[in-house]
Each structure stands twice: as C-alpha cells, then as structure tokens.
Design a protein around this ligand. Structure first.
Ligand SMILES: Nc1ncnc2c1ncn2[C@@H]1O[C@H](COP(=O)(O)OP(=O)(O)O)[C@@H](O)[C@H]1O
Ligand SMILES: [Mg+2]
Length: 144
C-alpha cells in the first residue's frame, strides 16, 4: 500500500486512518531518515487510537507510554547500538503486550521484531512530499 503525502497534515490524516484499524499486539516498524516524518505519522496513529496526548519524539526517553483503550508504546531506537541493547530495555513484554508498539529507526532492530510487524517506510521527496509505503498490512486496504 503506497500513499503520497503532500504535507504534514496529510501524513497525520493517513496515520489516523491506519491507527483506527489497529488491534492489540500490533507492532509498527517505522523506517526512514531524519525528518522523513516518523514522529509526525505517529501523531496521527495515536489520534486514530483515541489518544489525545501530544506525541513528542522519544529520542532521549527511548520509550514513551500513552494510556488508552489500546495503550501506545512509542519507541525510538536511533541511539541504541544493537538489537541486544533494545532487548535489554525490557521491550519484549511491550512487543508481545496489551497495546500497540511503534518503533522509529526500526531498521536497527528488525531481526528481533515479530514477523507480523507492519513496516512503514517514509521517504522524503522534494519539499513537503513524502512517499509512505506500508508493508505487511493485515487489514483491509485503505482507500486513497
Ligand atoms: N508530508 C510531510 N509529512 C510529514 N512531515 C513533513 C511533511 N512535509 C514536511 N514535513 C516536516 O518534516 C518534519 C518531519 O519530522 P518528524 O516527523 O519528527 O520526522 P522523523 O521522526 O522521521 O525524524 C517535520 O518538521 C514536518 O513538519
Ligand atoms: Mg522522530
């Protein structure tokens, strides 16, 4: 599934429609360089999960937790050196837990994520254009 975004608002709206369809245990592996829009799409996904909190980048906290009907665990593994460092944070119980996990810079830890992880690749194009590719989406395709 490919979505072409022309603005941060469109990326958030697309994330919202994804978030509405998520279920307990879903793991979203976000990929893409700095400023590709990983945190921005997460804001939309959180809205779709019914979370009103303002989502901020977990670059320094590594894991942020937002309570909701489905709790959201938002992680950024940019500063980690290895998948083992990730496991040492105790993330397994979150990944196989009661909510939804979103992992920024997941390229670094793909080998320890479940095979069922939904992969969202964000690519910055000219200006505010972003190409967003969703792989392994287990639900009905979204209408563009
Ligand atoms: N179409 C777009 N989608 C998402 N972000 C965009 C878009 N166009 C411009 N931006 C800007 O790019 C930046 C993306 O930042 P952020 O979401 O924090 O990226 P990341 O988490 O991937 O580093 C923001 O400043 C945002 O306003
Ligand atoms: Mg980010």
């Amino acid at each position: 599934m490919i979505f072409h975004s022309e603005s941060p608002e469109q990326t958030i709206a697309f994330g919202l429609s994804l978030g509405k369809r998520l279920k307990k245990g879903d793991v979203l592996a976000l990929q893409g360089t700095l400023a590709a829009g990983k945190t921005t799409i997460t804001k939309g996904i959180a809205q779709g999960l019914g979370i009103d909190d303002n989502i901020t980048s977990p670059t320094f906290t590594l894991i942020s937790e937002y309570p909701g009907a489905l709790p959201l665990y938002h992680m950024d593994v940019y500063r980690l050196d290895s998948p083992d460092d990730f496991l040492n944070l105790g993330v397994e119980e979150l990944i196989y837990g009661d909510g939804v996990c979103i992992i920024e810079w997941s390229e670094k830890v793909m080998e320890i994520l479940p095979k069922s992880a939904i992969v969202i690749k964000l690519e910055a194009e000219e200006g505010e254009r972003r190409t967003i590719t969703v792989e392994n989406w287990p639900y009905e395709e979204l209408m563009p």
